[in-house]
Design a protein around this ligand. Structure first.
Ligand code: RUB
Length: 309
């Protein structure tokens, strides 16, 4: 396998490259590199791109964004000869990356509209889409303060806190388990998503569903910022979203706890009844419209159309 592709895939696995949007963009980039660097016959190209596709998809199981990015490129592959096939892969990969970046800007604008003029926001983990909304709200002149969770066990919250502080936003980092304690001070929760199922359930960093419960209890609006490529076509035909469980050593060294078992699921599902709105680049929608997005935008119905996205 091409060195550049291995480097990207290993980067995703080890979480050096992380976040659903980012891993989708680098997966598209890997396919672009593959098409640029390939030397061989047309037949080999078609065989090899299948291998690259499976390899990239296998790196992280939960975020559908990665799969959708790969299918976006593969499903648009057209050409009478190798040169044309290569060019179409490069073009679609570039188009995916461009669309993905543009989507974030639009989400920021639409999302900011949902933030009150003066608000305390709570966010979890490190989501570019949630950050786009929060940062846009600040740039729009809204007087905001942010609570952000440190996000165990990987501490992605550290990146979030630094990013917000750099923007000049008033940010306070809390431990994940302090969410309910602070919820009474929060006006709105803003998070991202790795995958959105056809029933509107939102799969995001572990702990998101607890935050949604606490928000629901306190009647605090809970919004999710997600590009349309975070919606999962396969859930329409009954597939369940696989929740990634990572190495227990991310929590503690099991050697220090010889009698103890560890579990380390890194995502969870928030049911649609706890989600007030999903901010996408094509508008702010109810989670119950997830199926429509999958059908209309992603061109995938229960009848199982081949073109997934
Ligand atoms: C990241 C995470 C983020 C979503 C959305 O998990 O759960 O909230 O991926 O991020 P991990 P974005 O750190 O395990 O990848 O909005 O940037 O796509």
């Amino acid at each position: 396998m091409d060195e550049k592709i291995v480097e990207i895939a290993e980067g995703i696995k080890s979480m050096e490259i992380r976040g659903a949007g980012r891993i989708a963009r680098v997966a598209a980039l890997a396919l672009k590199y593959f098409a640029e660097d390939f030397s061989g016959t047309e037949e080999d190209f078609l065989k090899e791109i299948e291998r690259v596709k499976e390899y990239l998809i296998s790196t992280r199981p939960t975020a559908v964004s990665l799969k959708n990015a790969v299918y976006f490129v593969i499903n648009r592959m057209r050409g009478e000869n190798l040169e044309e096939l290569r060019k179409s892969v490069i073009r679609s990969a570039e188009e995916f990356i461009k669309r993905s970046k543009e989507a974030l800007k639009i989400i920021g604008k639409y999302g900011s509209g949902r933030i009150p003029e003066e608000a305390t926001i709570l966010t979890h983990c490190n989501s570019s889409a949630a950050l786009a909304t929060i940062i846009q709200a600040h740039r729009d002149g809204k007087r905001i303060k942010v609570f952000n969770t440190e996000t165990r066990p990987w501490f992605q919250g550290h990146i979030t806190a630094k990013t917000l502080a750099k923007e000049g936003i008033d940010v306070t980092m809390i431990v994940d388990s302090a969410v309910r304690y602070f919820m009474r001070e929060v006006d709105i929760v803003v998070v991202g998503a790795d995958t959105i199922a056809s029933n509107g359930a939102v799969i995001n960093k572990i702990g998101t569903s607890q935050i949604a419960l606490a928000a629901h209890e306190a009647r605090v609006p809970f919004i999710v910022c997600a590009e349309t490529y975070k919606f999962s076509p396969e859930t329409v035909i009954g597939k369940l979203v696989k929740i990634e469980e990572r190495d227990p050593r991310e929590i503690a060294d099991p050697k220090d706890f010889p009698e103890v078992k560890f579990r380390n699921p890194v995502f969870d599902a928030t049911p649609p009844e706890y989600v007030d709105a999903i901010v996408t680049e094509i508008g702010v929608i109810s989670p119950y419209l997830a199926y429509e997005i999958i059908k209309e935008v992603m061109n995938f119905g229960a009848e199982g159309k081949k073109n997934r996205y």
